[in-house]
Design a protein around this ligand. Structure first.
Ligand SMILES: *Cc1c(COP(=O)(O)O)cnc(C)c1O
Length: 379
């Protein structure tokens, strides 16, 4: 008899049958569990499922290492693959934590970042050609909060020409909508906190690499030593969430496109940023590399900052919160929340206007979402 659901192996350590087995495990002659910072059966199950999704149909192998958070996975990636003097080339629309890591923490290790608009391939090529210290191209697409998309295939080709490793944060898209490994990317990272878990019940992250040998040796060693490991319960929640990934994403995407169309025609809305609208500057990039432009969008209210505050206060069903990737519709007002203390010029550069609202379109009944938005938009 064995359980239908993957058991939660809540154990910090594992018993050896005999002393010789302990020796074989420690010497690497035999695979098996030793200590849960190094690996745990529930965690392994979650890792294998995400690897299967990210490599599906591509005929490649990969290995995934689950982490305590998306940031822990990104930190392992950077610290395992870069050394002092190396530079990272990345697009300017980065997740806040990643931005902080590459701009404030890694420079202390003499690893610096060049942050540019990588939607312009000429800029990317010019930088790669001019600076051989660039060792990593780090992509995040689609990105916060204006849903900018960069061309993974073309950028990856360029990076390879200049011997650069390529990593892609696939959190917003999930492997259901986009598979970066298809474009010869070396590493994929996720905040599993978002759509992979799907229900907002746990923080987690994963680092996947298609050089399995490198993942099993150097990267595993760094992961185990830095200690950003996940745990059995969060891995269990993640496994439960992944079972409904396709059905959730289908519904999220369907609702998002309808909401974007609705918002575009509303008199109180100045502009809608959704990669599925032909008016979005990256419409064709999204079309090329994604199955669907996804569940995330943002929109600008004509009334500016106060209109943003008023709108947020009037919401009844949709949830006032940051984060994304849950079944529920979540809305945030960057100017008064996540980007409150960001200098004005920087906000402008990132497209964060005072009336901007970011939205994770949920899987609720579409009419319920639109009715709530409608009453909140009505003065
Ligand atoms: C949330 C998020 C992260 C960080 O993940 P945590 O699980 O919060 O550490 C990284 N990248 C993107 C795109 C995210 O949305």
């Amino acid at each position: 008899m064995y359980a239908h659901q993957v058991p939660i192996y809540a154990s910090s350590t594992y018993v050896f049958d005999n002393a010789e087995q302990g020796m074989r495990r420690f010497s690497g002659q035999e695979e098996g569990y030793i200590y849960s910072r190094w690996g745990n059966p529930t965690i392994t199950e979650a890792e294998e499922k995400i690897v299967a999704l990210e490599t599906f149909g591509l005929g490649i192998e990969a290995k995934g290492i689950l982490h305590s958070s998306g940031m822990a996975a990104i930190s392992t990636l950077m610290l395992a693959t870069l050394k002092p003097g190396d530079k990272i080339l990345t697009h300017f629309s980065l997740y806040g934590g990643t931005n902080e890591l590459v701009n404030k923490i890694l420079p202390g290790f003499n690893i610096t970042a060049i942050i540019e608009d990588l939607r312009d391939l000429n800029i990317a090529e010019g930088l790669l050609r001019a600076d051989p210290a660039i060792k990593m191209l780090y992509l995040e697409t689609p990105a916060n909060p204006t849903i900018q998309c960069v061309d993974v295939e073309e950028l990856s080709k360029l990076a390879k020409r200049y011997n650069c490793i390529v990593a892609c944060d696939n959190t917003f898209a999930t492997p259901y909508l986009q598979q970066p490994f298809k474009y010869d990317v070396d590493f994929v990272v996720h905040s599993t906190t978002k759509f992979l878990n799907g229900h907002g019940t746990a923080i987690g992250g994963i680092l996947l690499g298609k050089d399995v040998e490198l993942m099993k040796t150097k990267i595993t060693k760094i992961h185990r030593t830095l200690g950003g490991n996940s745990n059995a319960f969060d891995a269990f929640l993640l496994i439960q969430g992944i079972k409904t990934l396709e059905i959730r994403m289908e519904r999220h995407c369907h609702n998002a496109l309808e909401v974007a169309n609705y918002l575009e025609t509303h008199a109180a809305v100045e502009k809608v940023n959704y990669a599925g609208l032909i008016t979005h500057p990256d419409f064709y990039t999204a079309l090329k590399q994604m199955k669907h432009p996804g569940p995330m969008l943002s929109f600008e209210l004509k009334g500016g900052f106060q209109a943003g505050i008023d709108f947020m206060n009037k919401l009844k069903m949709c949830v006032r919160t940051v984060s994304l990737g849950t079944c529920d519709t979540l809305l945030s007002h960057p100017a008064s929340m996540t980007h409150y203390s960001v200098p004005k010029e920087e906000k402008e550069k990132y497209g964060i206007t005072n009336g901007l609202i970011r939205m994770n379109v949920g899987i609720e009944n579409l009419q319920d979402i639109i009715s709530d938005l409608n009453q909140a938009l009505t003065a």
